[in-house]
Design a protein around this ligand. Structure first.
Ligand code: GTP
Ligand code: MG
Length: 367
């Protein structure tokens, strides 16, 4: 049976109703991708999150009551919490066997579910360790306090607790090191493959974009490469490469697809995926695929820019590919053309293979 979930979003008071709805809808889509079922959606407007529990105290009580009444399995907070805040919340809900996740926990669980390659699995484990790590230390601290037995604890017992934390820390650090060195090896392997391709004189084009924009569909439409296309967030977690002939310049180039980007990805998480993103980082040209039919288009474009900046790719040549044009009526397409005219958008449909010839020409010109 699918887990029953309460979604909670803490937003600044000035957030518009549309924006707050879009934020929760996206979280709900993430949850559906994971395989959960929303029973209640909660929003709290706050200038600053509560430093102890992120959600305000009264709201925590209210959510706990409703969670018990509705037999929720877990609650997900649509923000990035500090380890201490998550830990404090977990302590409120654990008595009723209700788990507390933040946005990153949910994304990591989806990643873990979709990971098929060794590389993806290692990267996710690394990201999880970095995200969970501090929370594990907090648990260690709690153990120490318990071991010390409150104010009357003896030095010897306290010492034992501290040792536990040290052991945990060392264990995590060791595992991180091992994962990083395994990933380096995989990256080396990618590099030698890339060098071989360069020896063949191929130039490279990387497809990037917000998750679910149609990146894999575009790779498939352009190169015939059989890749997974799903109406799910984060369907792709690895990188795939296909060959594309460009008639204008009578040359083959290589096109790569990669993991989708999303709002509020902490840099740590992006860097954990470095190995997968190497094709993007090294590409000669970037195709930024945008779901043109999405009303959240503005901040999704901004999000992709931010992630590219994080990867030092923001100075690369970029083509803005407005995909899913088959879903737009003429008026809307004209509005978008005008609104985004300084991005020089090209409208295509990866699904209907519309205007792919035009796109190939532009790729040729820009290479
Ligand atoms: N109508 C329409 N749907 C499209 C088009 N291109 C892709 N889609 C649909 O959009 C959804 C996402 O497509 P994908 O190609 O998997 O998107 P992606 O960007 O690779 O997504 P992730 O790998 O999950 O980040 C699928 O349901 C596709 O069928 C298009 O041109 N028109
Ligand atoms: Mg994909």
């Amino acid at each position: 049976m699918k887990p029953k979930v309460i979604l909670v979003d803490i937003i600044p008071p000035k957030t518009t109703p549309e924006e707050s709805l879009a934020r929760l809808n996206e979280l709900e889509n993430l949850l559906i991708t994971y395989g959960g079922f929303v029973i209640i959606r909660k929003i709290q407007k706050r200038q600053l999150p509560d430093y102890k529990t992120y959600i305000g105290k009264g709201k925590v009580e209210e959510i706990l009551d409703e969670a018990i009444q509705n037999k929720a399995d877990f609650i997900i907070i649509n923000n990035i919490l500090k380890p201490q805040q998550l830990y404090n919340l977990e302590r409120v809900f654990e008595k009723n066997k209700i788990e507390v996740w933040d946005r990153i926990d949910l994304i990591l669980k989806i990643f873990a579910k979709h990971a098929t390659t060794k590389e993806a699995r290692l990267q996710i484990e690394l990201a999880s360790l970095r995200h969970l790590g501090p929370r594990i230390f907090k648990m260690g601290l709690e153990l120490t306090r318990q071991a010390a037995g409150g104010s009357g604890g003896t030095g010897a017992r306290r010492g034992k607790g501290e040792t536990n934390i040290e052991i945990m820390k060392r264990h995590i650090a060791k595992r991180e090191q091992k994962i990083c060195s395994d990933l380096k090896k995989i990256e080396k392997n990618h590099e030698s493959q890339r060098n071989k391709r360069l020896d063949h004189g191929f130039r490279t084009v990387a497809i990037v974009g917000y998750t679910n924009a149609g990146k894999s569909s575009l790779l498939r439409a352009l190169t015939g490469k059989k890749v997974k296309v799903e109406d799910e967030l984060f369907a792709t977690l690895d990188s795939r490469i296909g060959k594309l002939y460009l008639p204008d310049i009578q040359e083959n180039c290589l096109v790569s697809d990669t993991i989708g980007f999303i709002r509020d990805l902490p840099p740590d998480l992006i860097h954990a995926f470095h190995s997968t993103l190497t094709e993007t980082i090294n590409a000669n040209l970037i195709l930024h695929v945008i779901d043109a039919n999405d009303f959240e288009i503005d901040w999704k474009i901004d999000t992709v820019h931010k992630v590219l900046k994080e990867l030092n790719c923001d100075k690369k040549k970029m083509i803005y590919v407005f995909n899913k044009a088959d879903l737009l009526d003429k008026d809307r397409q004209e509005i978008l053309m005008e609104k985004f005219k300084n991005l020089h958008p090209i409208f295509i449909s990866a699904e209907n293979k519309t205007n792919l010839e035009g796109l190939k020409s532009i790729i040729g010109q820009n290479l």
